[in-house]
Each structure stands twice: as structure tokens, then as C-alpha cells.
Ligand binder design. Structure first.
Ligand code: AMP
Length: 284
């Protein structure tokens, strides 16, 4: 098995990748916050298929957390992560410290054209400015041809796509399907924070989303939202933050099905103290 190299500094990673580019090799990039699972590994596999050289970054980005406790309890397992990446034949891991990434960073104010006014952007103020600042910074360091993002974080995917286009960064953004546990729960680093009971209950999220898809032909947008709200009122362990039915590209919430031909339902919910998100395409 070829050895994965780990770099902690921007200078080192840049000089490594200059050599790769000089050989005419293409670079695929998977940015993550670590505590890796099969969802992340699918992104690595996709990158492996389409590129000569695969780079993964692990950086728990403090400027995208609007809640200090959430940042503090975010799971970190670097040893396990490195083993998993090595097995997936990742070529280079970029694992910088907070200082390395943030000591010289400039706060950027991106104009997301309203994409950040709903859902995650509304419930986590400043979140997407933090995400886009770091993703742009990572792209400038790594200069990949392609970068891989999961559909699970759908609003993030749309916002990154726009930001890179607006800033003329020549990176192809590749969306990857959401990988799920056997019972349908979307894989997430945060799932390991759930108690046994909460973990079982969390399977309800995707079950309800699948129902919304079936119901979308028969009920109004409002009726579906009410249906979802009612499902999560059944247990006090659930605290629904939002269920939003939006156009897939503008992310504008719909009032009627006729307002869009490409529709996605997105949800954020607290199960116990753990905040989870998921989504399902209703039609496109
Ligand atoms: P994170 O480490 O949670 O910031 O996620 C890093 C990348 O992995 C993002 O592009 C996520 O959308 C993606 N990802 C996370 N969970 C999944 C999943 N269950 N299936 C597919 N991609 C995922």
C-alpha cells in the first residue's frame, strides 16, 4: 500500500502539490472536518476515480460555528481518520492547526445573492461566511481541478458552487449522493454524539422525508410542512428547527408546487442535544 503523506503547513502542502502539477497530474480534493465515516470515504472514492492525485483536508473550522459548545463537542478522531484515508488510497492529508489556517486570514464578506437567507443561513448566523472563507482559502492552497461535496449539506453545496463561480476559481464542484445507515439515517460525524435511544429515533428523519416525497403529489406545500411538524411533535426528544420546501437552485421557499420544477425538502432537527440535517429531492 502506498503511503499517505500528511502535511500540517500551507508551505509544505503547496510545494508538494507544485511537484504533482509539474508532472501533469490532476488533483481531486475532499475538504472535511474529520471524524470520518463512509459518507466521507465515498467522496474520496469518487475523487480517486476521476483524478490522478487525491487530497483530503481535515480542519474543524471554528469560524463556521456560531455556537461555542457545538464546536467544543464536535467529534475528533485523527488516528482513526488517518487509517481510513490510508485504506482509501488518499495521497495527501492536509491537517493544519487553527493557527496555520487562521492567523493570517482576512474575514471575507461574500454576497451569496440571498442563498444564505434561509434554512442553515437563517438558523446559524455567519455560518456560510465562515464556510466559504475557509473553502476558498483551501482551494487557493490546494488548487484542485475538482472538489467533492456531499448532497447531505445541500445548501452548502449550492453556496460553494456560486462562490467559486463568482470568484472565478477554476474548480469543478462535484456533488455526491448522501450515504445512509441501514435504517436510512444520513451518515454524519455528529451521529456518534447520539445516545442509543436517540440514535434509534433519528431514523424517523429520513422516514418522514420519504413520506413527504410520496405525499408531494397529493397535498399542498403547507399541508406537507404541517404533516412533518406533527410527526416530530410525537416525542419530546425532537426539536424541529425547520422543514423547508424550496427550489433546488434559488433555495427560495415555495408556497405552491407550480412555482418550481426542481424541488427539494430540507430539514434541520435537534435529536436530544444533537443537531442533524437532511434533505430529499421531491421532483426535478
Ligand atoms: P463534514 O466533515 O461534515 O464537514 O463533511 C465533509 C464533506 O462530506 C461535505 O461535503 C459533506 O457534505 C460530506 N458528507 C458528510 N456526510 C455525508 C454523507 N452521509 N454522504 C455523503 N457526503 C457526506
Amino acid at each position: 500500500m502506498s503511503n499517505m503523506h500528511t502535511s500540517n503547513t500551507i508551505d509544505e502542502v503547496k510545494s508538494q502539490l507544485t511537484k504533482i502539477r509539474e508532472q501533469g497530474l490532476s488533483i481531486g480534493f475532499v475538504p472535511t472536518m474529520g471524524a470520518l465515516h463512509k459518507g466521507h470515504l465515498t467522496l474520496i472514492k469518487e475523487a480517486r476515480k476521476e483524478n490522478d492525485f487525491v487530497v483530503c483536508s481535515i480542519f474543524v473550522n471554528p469560524i463556521q460555528f456560531n455556537n461555542k459548545t457545538d464546536l467544543k463537542k464536535y467529534p475528533r478522531n485523527i488516528e482513526l481518520d488517518m487509517n481510513m484515508l490510508q485504506k482509501e488510497k488518499c495521497d495527501l492529508l492536509f491537517y493544519p492547526s487553527e493557527d496555520e489556517m487562521l492567523s493570517t486570514y482576512q474575514v471575507e464578506e461574500f454576497d451569496f445573492g440571498g442563498l444564505d437567507q434561509v434554512m442553515e443561513g437563517k438558523f446559524r448566523p455567519g455560518h456560510f461566511q465562515g464556510v466559504a472563507t475557509i473553502v476558498k482559502r483551501l482551494f487557493e492552497i490546494i488548487e484542485p481541478q475538482r472538489a467533492y461535496f456531499g448532497m447531505k449539506d445541500y445548501q452548502q453545496l449550492v453556496i460553494i458552487h456560486k462562490t467559486m463561480k463568482d470568484n472565478n476559481l477554476p474548480v469543478e464542484i462535484v456533488p455526491c449522493s448522501t450515504i445512509r445507515e441501514k435504517d436510512g439515517l444520513a451518515m454524519s460525524s455528529r451521529n456518534q454524539l447520539l445516545s442509543k435511544v436517540e440514535r434509534k429515533q433519528a431514523a424517523t428523519i429520513y422516514k418522514v422525508l420519504k413520506k413527504t416525497k410520496i405525499h408531494s403529489g397529493f397535498y399542498t406545500v403547507n399541508e406537507i410542512k404541517q404533516y412533518v411538524e406533527a410527526q416530530f411533535e410525537k416525542s419530546k426528544n425532537f426539536k424541529l428547527e425547520y422543514i423547508e420546501i424550496t427550489d433546488m437552485y434559488t433555495l427560495k421557499p415555495l408556497k405552491a408546487w407550480t412555482q418550481s420544477n426542481n424541488v427539494i425538502a430540507c430539514i434541520a432537527i435537534q435529536v436530544g442535544n444533537v443537531r442533524l440535517i437532511d434533505n430529499i429531492i421531491l421532483f426535478s
